[in-house]
Ligand binder design. Structure first.
Ligand code: SF4
Length: 718
C-alpha cells in the first residue's frame, strides 16, 4: 500500500494544478491512471514485475496523469524517469507545455531535459577542422576513402564556409550550445552530415574538444536531471549498446513509453542488418589503411605486426567477398524461378527472400567464413583503436595526428563490425524453438547486391533487453487494443497476459453516443473493384459532404486519392488540400486559415493524417474513410512473419492484418472528436464492414458513436 505521505503528495500536486491553472478540469481518467501507476511503482509492495500497460482513450489527459503518477514516486525511489515518445510533435508538447506546467503549477520540484542523438549536435572537432581554428589537426583529406563518413568529404562551398565560421563564433560567444534545433540558420542535410559524427566516428575522451563538446555536455547534463524526455529510437539505441550508455542504467530507470503502440515496430527496425557486398569490398581497403596509420603513430613492431595481420585478413576477405558476390549473382533467380525462394520485384529493386528464413546451404559455409574473418579483423582493429585512444588521452601519442586517424579508424571499425554481424546472422541457422529471422538478398537498380537479415518479431529482444532489465515501465497510448483486446500488442511487445504485467483501459470521457455518428453506406461494390469503388467515393464526396465546412478524407493509397481529386468538379477540388502537394504543417495551416475565414476546406490525407493530427471544433466536422486500412505485406519482414504464422497453423489475416486494421481504424475515427465540444460524423466507404464476418468485430471496437449501417434497401431509397 502506498504510504500516506506519498498519497498526500500526489493528491496535493493534482489539487495544485486545479487551483493554479484557470479552466483546469480534473478528469476521471487521470485519477485512474495515477492510481494504476502508483500500484505498479508502490515501494511498499514487493512486485516482481513492475510493468503497466494503460490505454487512455482520447480525452483522458494521459500526459498529466503519468507525470503526476510517476514523478513523486521516481523521486522517493531515487530512480530516473525517462519519458519516451514516437513523434517529435509529442516530445515538443511535453517539453514546451506539459512538463513546464506541472513543474510550475503542481508544487512538485523536479528538473527535466530532452535527450537527443549525436546527429542533432555539431561535432566541434569537425567544425574546427574546417574553419582551420584547430591547428593541431592534420590537413583534411577529401579522398574517396571516407565518403559517407562524418568528416568533410568534399571542399565546402563559399556560403558553407561563412556559415561554419558563424557557428564557431556563436559557440565561442556562448550564444549557441551546438544544438541544431536552436540554430536559426538553415543547415542542409548534406552539410549537417559532415558537421556531425557517429558513435564510432567520435574520439571520445581522446578528442581535443571533449571538454567543450556540445553532445558530451548535453550527455553530462542528463545525469543531473530527474526527468529525461526522449524518443523510442534513442532508448533502443541505448539498449543496443547494452543499456546505461546514452541514458541512465535501465535498473535505475522508470520508463514511460507514450505512443507505445509504435515501440515493437521501431524495435524490429533497430535490430535489422544489411551489408552491401561491393560496398564492403571497397570499405576494407580503408580499414587496412587506417590500421596501418594507427600502427605508425603508435610506433613499435608489435603494432606494425598487428596492422599487417589486418592487411592480410582484408586481402583474403576481399577475395571471399568477390567470390560470393559472383556466386550470388549467378544464383539470383529470374522471375520464372520461383522454386528458389520467395522472389519479388519491388519497384526497381528486387528481393530474393529465403523460405522460412533458411539461407541456402551453398551460401552458408562461405558466409560463415566471411563472418569469422571479419570478426578477427574487427578484434585487432578494436585493440588498435583502444590503444590509440589511450595513447592520445595519456599524451603518449600526438593529438594532431592521432585524433584524425582515430576518427577514421572509428568509422572503419563500425563498418567491419556491421559486416561481421550481418554475415554471421545471415548464414547461421536459427536456434531451435526461436522465432526465425527473415533473410534475403536485395538487388538494387544498379545490380549491386546486399545481404539482409532482420528479426520478424521484437518480442524476444524487448523482453531480454528492456522488460527484464528496467526497474519499471509504463506503456501508454490512446490505442493499444485492437478488436477490444490487448492480445496483438502483448505478442508484438513480448509481454504476456500472466507475467505480472497489469493492463488497464481507460475509456474516453466524451459522450460519443450524443455527439456524432458513424455511417457505413451500402455501396455498389467492394474496394477490390478499384475503378467502380473510386467512382463511388467521388460520388459521395461530391454529393454527400458539406464543402462549406472543415472535413478530412482519409485514403489508403496515393493512386485513389489522386484519381478521386482528378474526377471531382473544379469548385470542390479548389477547396481540397492534398497530402504531398505541400508539407503536412502547411496543409494544416492553410486548412485552419480557410476555416477561420469562413470558407470550407477539405484535407485529403493518407495514413499519417490518421494519427496524431488534431483538428478540433470547426476544423473537422466530417471524417470520411475511403477504405478499411488493411496493409498488404510488402516487405520481406512482413512476408516472413506471415509465413511463420502459417507454418504454425495460424491465420496471418486474422492474427495480424485484421487487428492492425482495427487499431488504424480506431485512430482514423478518433480524428473526429477531439474535445468535449466537438460534434460530427464519420463515413466509412467500405461495405466489407457489413458483409464480412470481421466487419462486426471492427465496428464493435470503434469509439461508441451512434452507428448507421446501410443495406441494399437504404441504397435504393437514397
Ligand atoms: S567528443 Fe566526439 S562529438 Fe564531441 S567534438 Fe569530439 S569527436 Fe566530436
Amino acid at each position: 500500500m502506498l504510504s500516506n505521505e506519498l498519497k498526500i503528495r500526489i493528491r496535493n500536486a493534482y489539487a495544485n494544478l486545479s487551483k493554479n491553472i484557470p479552466g483546469f478540469k480534473p478528469r476521471r481518467g487521470q485519477g485512474e491512471m495515477i492510481a494504476e501507476i502508483a500500484r505498479t511503482l508502490d515501494p511498499e509492495d514487493t512486485l516482481e514485475v513492475r510493468i503497466a500497460v494503460i490505454e487512455g482513450q482520447t480525452g483522458t489527459g494521459k500526459s498529466i496523469g503519468y507525470m503526476l503518477g510517476t514523478i513523486p514516486l521516481a523521486q522517493i525511489l531515487e530512480k530516473k524517469l525517462v519519458i519516451s515518445t514516437a513523434t517529435i510533435a509529442l516530445q515538443e508538447q511535453l517539453m514546451e507545455k506539459d512538463l513546464p506546467i506541472v513543474a510550475e503549477k503542481a508544487g512538485l520540484e523536479f528538473s527535466f531535459k530532452i535527450a537527443k542523438g549525436r546527429r542533432r549536435y555539431v561535432c566541434t572537432r569537425n567544425l574546427s577542422s574546417l574553419t582551420g581554428s584547430d591547428t593541431s589537426q592534420d590537413a583534411l583529406d577529401f579522398g574517396d576513402d571516407h565518403v559517407g563518413s562524418a568528416s568533410w568529404t568534399r571542399p565546402p562551398a563559399g556560403d558553407e564556409l561563412l556559415l561554419v565560421n558563424k557557428m564557431e563564433n556563436l559557440i565561442s560567444a556562448g550564444a549557441w550550445e551546438g544544438d541544431f534545433d536552436d540554430l536559426k540558420e538553415h543547415v542542409s542535410p548534406d552539410m549537417r552530415e559532415m558537421l556531425t559524427t557517429s558513435n564510432a566516428g567520435c574520439s571520445g575522451r581522446a578528442c581535443p574538444k571533449f571538454q567543450r563538446c556540445p553532445f558530451q555536455i548535453a550527455r553530462q547534463d542528463l545525469k543531473k536531471v530527474d526527468v529525461i524526455v526522449t524518443n523510442h529510437d534513442f532508448v533502443l539505441a541505448d539498449l543496443e549498446l547494452g543499456g546505461g550508455v546514452l541514458l541512465p542504467n535501465p535498473a535505475d530507470t522508470i520508463y514511460v513509453f507514450d505512443e507505445a503502440h509504435h515501440l515493437p515496430e521501431k524495435a524490429i527496425g533497430h535490430f535489422a542488418h544489411l551489408s552491401r557486398v561491393k560496398g564492403a569490398i571497397r570499405g576494407l581497403d580503408s580499414l587496412a589503411k587506417t590500421t596501418n596509420s594507427a600502427a605508425v603513430v603508435l610506433g613499435g613492431v608489435k603494432y606494425r605486426n598487428r596492422a599487417s595481420e589486418v592487411r592480410q585478413m582484408v586481402s583474403i576477405l576481399k577475395q571471399d567477398l568477390i567470390a560470393i558476390n559472383r556466386q550470388l549473382e549467378t544464383s539470383f533467380p529470374t522471375e520464372a524461378e520461383t522454386s528458389k525462394g520467395r522472389f519479388k520485384s519491388q519497384s526497381k529493386e528486387q528481393n530474393w527472400r529465403f523460405v522460412h528464413g533458411i539461407t541456402p546451404e551453398a551460401f552458408c559455409e562461405p558466409g560463415k567464413e566471411i563472418a569469422v574473418k571479419a570478426s578477427k579483423a574487427l578484434q585487432i582493429s578494436r585493440d588498435l583503436q583502444e590503444t590509440l585512444r589511450k595513447g592520445i588521452t595519456d599524451q603518449v601519442v600526438s593529438n594532431g595526428a592521432g585524433a584524425t586517424i582515430l576518427q577514421h579508424l572509428g568509422q572503419d571499425v563500425e563498418r567491419i563490425a556491421e559486416i561481421a554481424k550481418t554475415w554471421a546472422f545471415w548464414s547461421a541457422p536459427d536456434n531451435d524453438g526461436r522465432i526465425p529471422m527473415a533473410r534475403w538478398i536485395n538487388k538494387a537498380e544498379s545490380g549491386d547486391l546486399s545481404i539482409a537479415v532482420s528479426a520478424i518479431s521484437a518480442s524476444d529482444m524487448l523482453r531480454s533487453m528492456l522488460w527484464n532489465k528496467a526497474y519499471a515501465a509504463i506503456l501508454t497510448s490512446a490505442t493499444l487494443t485492437a478488436l477490444n483486446s490487448f492480445g496483438r500488442f502483448q505478442r508484438a511487445a513480448g509481454l504476456n497476459a500472466n507475467d505480472g504485467t497489469s493492463y488497464l483501459r481507460i475509456s474516453s470521457p466524451f459522450d460519443y453516443a450524443n455527439v456524432g455518428e458513424i455511417e457505413v453506406p451500402w455501396l455498389a461494390c467492394e474496394p477490390s473493384d478499384a475503378d467502380l469503388h473510386t467512382t463511388e467515393v467521388v460520388r459521395y464526396i461530391r454529393d454527400g459532404m458539406d464543402h462549406s465546412k472543415g472535413n478530412l478524407v482519409l485514403f489508403s493509397s496515393v493512386w485513389q486519392m489522386k484519381s478521386v481529386a482528378s474526377k471531382l468538379p473544379a469548385e470542390i477540388v479548389s477547396k481540397c488540400l492534398l497530402q504531398g502537394d505541400t508539407s503536412k504543417a502547411d496543409i494544416i495551416r492553410k486548412h485552419r486559415e480557410a476555416i477561420e475565414s469562413g470558407q470550407g476546406s477539405t484535407i485529403f490525407g493518407l495514413a499519417s493524417f490518421s494519427e496524431g493530427v488534431d483538428l478540433p471544433g470547426a476544423l473537422c466536422s466530417h471524417v470520411v474513410i475511403a477504405k478499411l486500412p488493411f496493409s498488404v505485406p510488402g516487405t520481406p519482414v512482413e512476408e516472413a512473419r506471415n509465413e511463420f504464422l502459417e507454418k504454425n497453423g495460424q491465420n496471418p489475416f486474422m492474427e495480424i492484418t485484421v487487428p492492425d486494421a482495427s487499431l488504424k481504424l480506431i485512430q482514423a475515427v478518433g480524428r473526429l472528436i477531439r474535445t468535449e465540444q466537438d460534434r460530427g460524423r464519420v463515413t466509412i466507404l467500405d461495405r466489407r464492414l457489413i458483409t464480412k464476418r470481421y466487419g462486426k468485430q471492427l465496428l464493435d471496437s470503434l469509439p461508441p458513436l451512434r452507428q448507421i449501417i446501410g443495406t441494399p434497401e437504404t441504397r435504393k431509397r437514397a
